[in-house]
Design a protein around this ligand. Structure first.
Ligand SMILES: *[C@@H]1O[C@H](CO)[C@@H](O)[C@H](O)[C@H]1NC(C)=O
Ligand SMILES: *[C@@H]1O[C@H](CO)[C@@H](O)[C@H](O)[C@H]1NC(C)=O
Ligand SMILES: *[C@@H]1O[C@H](CO)[C@@H](O)[C@H](O)[C@H]1NC(C)=O
Ligand SMILES: *[C@@H]1O[C@H](CO)[C@@H](O)[C@H](O)[C@H]1NC(C)=O
Length: 467
């Protein structure tokens, strides 16, 4: 698949992006390989008496034909023999996964389509929240995130991270069971959470934009029981990257984000195949909160800064190490963080549609002052940089935040996880959902045999005046 340079698009002529018209970029990334069998030796389904009630900010990755999920705050709703229900969020040291090689119902089974396998009963089983699962097509790395203060473990030091190698270069599945491996970080610490992350398997790269960290990149925990000086009340002003070209000798790097590109938490980052190494697009995010004590020094201006992260998106041309700010227009969403995104290119390669689902404002210092999470889907179309609301759900109980989404076929966005504001209240409409980016409807069944080529929906086509 080849993408045309954006210079052919009229909207670009007036755009600041004219300054980085990229050479043709050949796109080698692909949708999941069908028929992939990993021999992972995985576990069994959850019983029907236990359903996933909510799952706030897990780490997740689309790895070939499987979506792996780890960590976060996973709350189960358990129904007893007497019909009474209770919820439980205690971590179970499992790696969860959704097998995309067979069909499942989303209307109901979506809640039980998620399977799991035990993680090691060592520090490798530590539960992290709002961290990152960085991956190429051979391995994933669990990096960063919040740890509970009660789980404080000196063996999980500042440069500790965890890799799981699954397929060797050369396509040989690693033999039973694929091993977890601790790795030692270079140039970065693991004290980063709530950044915007994106995996670029075609380039063997992954990125983490901004997020929360401790003082001087030092240790932090979730607030429960943690001393005042060990919470993540500082901004990361770094773009962290890892190069996974050689399994076992991953190369870490960090770059300072220029001050004109505002630091924040829980932004979404999309990688587009534009430019010789691609371009990152940073959307949304917020300044306050996120498993930390509320900062008392946050200004009114900072509290409402989230809207500016929707009004202006930031782009990073990776090869040239250059940042750009681009104003957006159209039917914009309100300030949004803890949402999820995927992108789809038009068939002629002239535009990219970034689909953004759910999320909430999260700038208020008092949780109940925030609007409930959204259930809407927006498209940000590039290079027009125009927002189009493509799905509206006015029922405020349908929203979710802290979920993840992955493009599982050209036209399908699979959503996993999510939570509402209050603990103990289950998300509506299942922990797994799937949005059809062609028809702009939620599907009630996933079937690996049923998908289409992506076509820019009419409503988007009309709004951007062409492809
Ligand atoms: C997914 O299911 C297929 C077919 O049922 C099986 O061959 C494969 O091993 C499974 N993959 C995982 C990761 O469990
Ligand atoms: C980034 O890398 C430099 C070395 O290149 C190191 O001195 C610095 O501490 C790193 N920053 C972070 C945030 O880890
Ligand atoms: C917090 O303060 C305590 C007591 O002064 C100190 O022992 C500890 O190292 C500090 N922790 C951090 C993360 O700075
Ligand atoms: C975090 O970054 C924002 C800009 O996005 C800035 O306004 C704020 O002062 C920073 N906070 C700290 C503690 O440096």
């Amino acid at each position: 698949m080849r993408f045309s340079p954006w210079s052919q698009h009229s909207a670009l002529e007036t755009s600041a992006l004219i300054t980085f018209l990229f050479p043709l970029f050949s796109c080698s990334h692909s949708t999941p390989t069908t028929g992939y069998s990993s021999g992972l030796g995985l576990g069994r389904r959850a019983t029907s008496k236990e359903i996933i009630c909510s799952w706030d900010r897990p780490q997740s990755v689309l790895f070939r034909d499987t979506i792996f999920l780890d960590g976060g705050t996973l709350t189960w709703q358990i129904t007893g023999e007497d019909g009474k229900t209770e919820t439980n969020s205690k971590p179970r040291q499992q790696l969860y996964y959704l097998n995309l090689t067979s069909a499942f119902s989303l209307a109901d089974d979506g809640k039980t389509a998620i399977q799991s396998t035990a993680k090691p009963d060592t520090n490798m089983g530590t539960n992290f929240k709002n961290g990152f699962m960085l991956a190429n097509n051979y391995q994933f790395i669990i990096y960063g995130g919040y740890m509970e203060y009660l789980d404080k473990d000196p063996s999980v030091g500042p440069t500790w991270s965890l890799a799981r190698d699954i397929v060797q270069n050369g396509e040989t599945p690693l033999q039973n069971p694929p091993k977890y491996r601790t790795l030692t970080l270079e140039k970065v610490t693991r004290y980063i959470a709530a950044g915007g992350s994106v995996n670029v398997p075609s380039e063997n790269k992954a990125y983490v934009f901004s997020g929360a960290t401790g003082k001087d990149w030092g240790e932090f925990y979730t607030t429960a029981g943690a001393p005042e000086n060990a919470t993540a009340t500082y901004n990361s002003t770094n773009l962290i990257s890892v190069d996974m070209s050689t399994m076992g000798s991953e190369k870490w790097d960090n770059r300072t984000i220029p001050s004109g590109i505002p630091a924040r938490k829980n932004a979404e980052v999309v990688w587009l195949p534009v430019g010789s190494q691609g371009t990152l697009v940073v959307i949304g995010g917020a300044l306050n909160r996120d498993s930390v004590r509320f900062r008392t020094d946050i200004t009114d201006e900072q509290k409402t800064m989230g809207q500016s992260f929707v009004d202006n998106v930031h782009l990073y041309d990776i090869a040239n190490d250059k940042w750009y700010t681009q104003q957006t227009s159209g039917d914009k969403p309100p300030a949004t963080s803890e949402f999820c995104t995927v992108y789809a290119p038009s068939q002629d390669g002239k535009s990219f549609q970034i689909y953004a689902y759910g999320g909430w404002e999260d700038f208020s210092s008092i949780p109940t002052n925030s609007n409930p999470p959204s259930a809407n889907v927006y498209v940000l179309s590039l290079p027009a940089f125009k927002w189009i609301k493509v799905y509206e759900d006015k029922d405020s109980t349908h929203g979710r935040k802290g979920h993840r989404c992955h493009k599982v076929a050209d036209n399908l966005m699979m959503v996993v996880g999510g939570a509402v504001v209050s603990n103990g209240i289950c998300i509506n409409e299942g922990v797994v959902r799937m949005f059809n980016m062609n028809t702009l409807k939620w599907e009630d069944k996933y079937d690996p045999a049923v998908h289409d080529a992506y076509k820019v929906p009419d409503v988007v086509y009309k709004a951007i005046g062409g492809t």
